[in-house]
Design a binder for this molecule. Structure first.
Ligand code: LAN
Length: 756
């Protein structure tokens, strides 16, 4: 389905966006860098979806809108483009599967078409509703022109994702309306050019006012709105850069915080300290009237620092944090804060920001700090600086276009992660030696070869980074942050393929050892593994969680998901290189699995932090146990895990856990019933644990097969992923990788079963 081409005359000529370099394209589309007026973008009903293209430059994703018909002809839309945009692929029906392995083959036939030129699989990575506002506000305050087709599709996306009844927005696409979501997305719409009197805006504004208006927003919204000049900085709880001057031994020094919180607080602290604000515009003046219940001129900014609506207050501030804030506001800042110290702190924060930009070539950890670092560079280096141009260019990689419109991804992609799972899926189905899949797998292996991180970052200890040589990131090498499970899943996939007859050894032993050496740095004192770094402080640090809307954000935690991935990677490695760091690996694995046992909940399941929720983590935990030979028949832990899963199997054979489980810590069913992804996780866990009742497993397999479409695909169901307990995030490729993995495992295990 193609949207109607708007016939309104175009206000300004937008240059052809051909297959040039991203850099060229950027300066073309967003105007030369000497354009500094925040012009209101033109906004239309829609764009023509058939004119969008996703460009894959060695896994740097950028979306291009081709306004020129010649360019459209020269650069045809691929299957992947069409799929992402929700356009029909017109693929023929495949022969109906006679058994689960046929279903895997059909699934692969479809999934193969989505493999991108550099060898990986891409996807939308949306869900959170607080990311796009950061990007748009950063464009606005840096006077980055917003092309009409971005403005138009941002409007379409946000309207499509507004709550059907109250017209507001939540923290994430399935969440209840909150002030955070509503105030930021309303502001975003205004900044891209939507009129305040548009009926949807009137409705959203009424909802915002019912919730108390912008003064009831959480910390991060108050930060963005102060930067924009819609609020006064006095309403923002303090983020002093002086924190960065604390000696490393201080228990609450920021280098000990979780990487995402410290990389966000870093630019935030710089801008807070400078009380930097955008140039005032008509829209900003108007927002001051629109976002508040009271008259703007009468608002007691300082008095509303802690005002927050209950819908947003997932993690209320502790008495400790409130006391620290009180002292900072009433004593430190007005009376003590010496100028020389402030300058020193700002300079050090600024240097740390530069290191982050340099180490990632301006890609940055994620879109929150990328948008903020962009503003820091603009405020500090000026509008025409190299740093500003680089940020402007790289922030494009967070954008994603789909049928509903334009959104911001949670990272610059899911490239290495999804590619690793795709390879393992084929392995689990026993199809790696089938020549039919060789070209696809070879491209995937070549991709992982190119994406392995070959060096540690410069100034590793100065900028508090974790060792990363030999690692893989979640997205790509440019971003370059090693994550324990991303290294593990990619490494497993490389070993699997390189040990399969007919595949080349692209990654030599030394590079495999580098990955192992890095992985071995990831064990925490408990025995488990965290995400980016082993925990650097205790969970008491959560008492300083100022973000209000998220839980478990201040420090690293050990996760069954990450721990299992490392355990299985080390075990696979040891099979092929039995002598390399043999003792350490054995000790690592034993301690890790012991931690898995400790982390089991009284009901038998495990709490998942990166996808929903107990079903996801229980799958991993059962895999960890089985890797040391503990399964249903011989292990109490494994048995309890299986019984937990089985107790939640539904009548139709599937599983259906809701994201609410992540928030509440209790298993809660999703109102839309069984989900294929969730069902696959449960079945994989049960099969890993050698659960004896084949019929129960078969019932779930049948559900997955019944939901497969005649062309081999599965359709999107409820959101799959989560972070920080409260925010959900999409993993659209899971509906391919985990379904096929479950089917493939079943086919391998019960070779004669047809399941039709
Ligand atoms: C991710 C995505 C991947 C995820 C897994 C690899 C699945 C996980 O097993 C380890 C943690 C990790 C790497 C992870 C951490 C937090 C991220 C980066 C995200 C969920 C994607 C988006 C999120 C990030 C924090 C979003 C920005 C929001 C802030 C609160 C700063």
């Amino acid at each position: 389905m193609t949207k109607k081409k708007p016939n309104a005359a175009r206000a300004e000529p937008v240059p052809v966006t051909e297959k040039g370099s991203t850099k060229k394209r950027f300066s073309d589309v967003h105007g030369a860098s000497n354009i500094h007026s925040a012009k209101r973008p033109r906004i239309e009903d829609g764009t023509e979806l058939s004119r969008w293209r996703m460009r894959d430059d060695e896994s740097r994703h950028t979306w291009h809108y081709l306004e020129d018909d010649e360019a459209v002809k020269k650069w045809p839309q691929t299957h992947a483009d069409k799929y992402f945009l929700g356009l029909s692929l017109d693929l023929p029906d495949l022969p109906p599967p006679k058994n689960p392995l046929d279903a895997v083959r059909n699934g692969l036939t479809f999934f193969e078409k989505l493999q991108l030129p550099s060898g990986h699989w891409g996807c939308e990575y949306g869900g959170p509703m607080f990311l796009l506002p950061g990007i748009v506000i950063s464009w606005y305050v840096t006077k980055t022109p917003i092309p009409w087709y971005y403005a138009t599709e941002i409007k379409n996306y946000l309207f499509a994702r507004a709550h059907p009844e109250d017209g507001g927005w939540g923290l994430h696409i399935e969440g209840d309306t909150s002030v955070f979501g509503t105030v930021l997305n309303y502001t975003t719409l205004r900044l891209v050019g939507v009129e305040a009197e548009h009926p949807k805006m009137v409705k959203a504004r009424a909802t915002l006012h019912k919730l108390g208006g912008a003064t009831h927003a959480p910390h991060w919204a108050k930060f963005w709105l102060s930067l924009l000049g819609v609020m006064d900085w006095d309403i923002v709880n303090p983020v002093p850069p002086e924190f960065w001057l604390m000696p490393d031994w201080v228990p609450l020094a920021p280098w000990r915080w979780w990487i995402h919180i410290r990389q966000v607080f870093l630019p935030m602290s710089y801008l807070w300290s400078k009380r930097w604000q955008a140039e005032e515009t008509e829209t900003i003046r108007s927002l001051r009237k629109e976002l508040f219940v009271d008259d703007w001129a009468t608002i007691d900014w300082a008095g509303n620092r802690n005002t927050i609506h209950p819908n947003d207050n997932y993690h209320p501030k502790s008495w400790l944090l409130n006391s620290v804030n009180w002292l900072l506001v009433n004593v430190w800042t007005p009376y003590l804060r010496p100028k020389a110290l402030v300058t020193m702190a700002e300079d050090w924060a600024s240097e740390l920001i530069d290191m982050e930009d340099k180490n990632t070539d301006y890609a940055d950890l994620a879109p929150v700090n990328a948008a903020m670092n962009f503003v820091v560079c603009y405020a500090r280096d000026g509008p025409d600086s190299h740093s500003v141009r680089k940020h402007r260019e790289r922030n494009e990689e967070f954008l994603w276009v789909k049928g509903e419109g334009l959104l911001c991804n949670g990272t610059n992609g899911v490239q290495c992660w999804d590619t690793a799972f795709a390879i393992q899926t084929v392995m689990d189905a026993g199809l790696t030696e089938d020549p039919r899949w060789r070209p696809m797998l070879l491209k995937a292996l070549e991709y992982l070869d190119k994406q392995q991180i070959r060096e540690n970052v410069e100034n590793q200890s100065k900028c508090y980074r974790q060792q990363r040589k030999g690692a893989w990131a979640f997205s790509n090498k440019d971003q370059g942050y090693a994550v324990s499970d991303c290294v593990s899943e990619a490494l497993k996939s490389v070993i699997i393929l390189q040990k399969t007859p007919g595949f080349p050894t692209l990654i030599d032993d030394q590079r495999i050892f580098d990955a192992i050496d890095t992985l071995l740095t990831y064990q925490s004192s408990s025995g488990g593994c965290a995400s980016y770094e082993p925990p650097r402080a205790g969970t008491w640090m959560e008492a300083l969680n100022a973000a209000e809307v998220f839980g478990r954000i201040m420090v690293e935690y050990d996760y069954p998901e990450c721990t299992t991935a490392v355990v299985t990677a080390l075990s696979l490695f040891s099979k092929h290189w039995p002598t390399y760091r043999q003792k350490e690996i054995k000790a690592f694995v034993n301690r890790a699995v012991s931690w898995i046992k400790i982390a089991q909940k009284p009901h038998g399941g495990w709490y998942g932090s990166w996808a929903i929720c107990f079903t996801y983590a229980t799958m991993f935990a059962l895999e960890s146990l089985s890797s040391i030979g503990e399964t249903y028949g011989n292990s109490e832990h494994s048995k309890r895990g299986c019984d937990f899963l089985i107790s939640h199997q539904r009548e139709d054979g599937g599983w259906s856990e809701s994201y609410k489980a992540c928030e509440t810590g209790e298993y809660i069913e999703h109102p839309t019933g069984s989900q294929v992804v969730m069902t696959s996780w449960a079945l994989i866990g049960l099969m890993k644990a050698k659960y004896p009742d084949k019929e129960r497993i078969k019932k779930g397999i049948k559900l997955i097969m019944d939901r497969q479409q005649p062309n081999g695909e599965w359709l999107q169901e409820a959101i799959e992923g989560v972070f920080n307990k409260s925010c959900m995030i999409s993993y659209p490729n899971y509906k391919f990788t985990f379904t096929m993995k479950a089917l493939g495992m079943f086919a391998q295990k019960y070779q004669d079963e047809t399941v039709i």
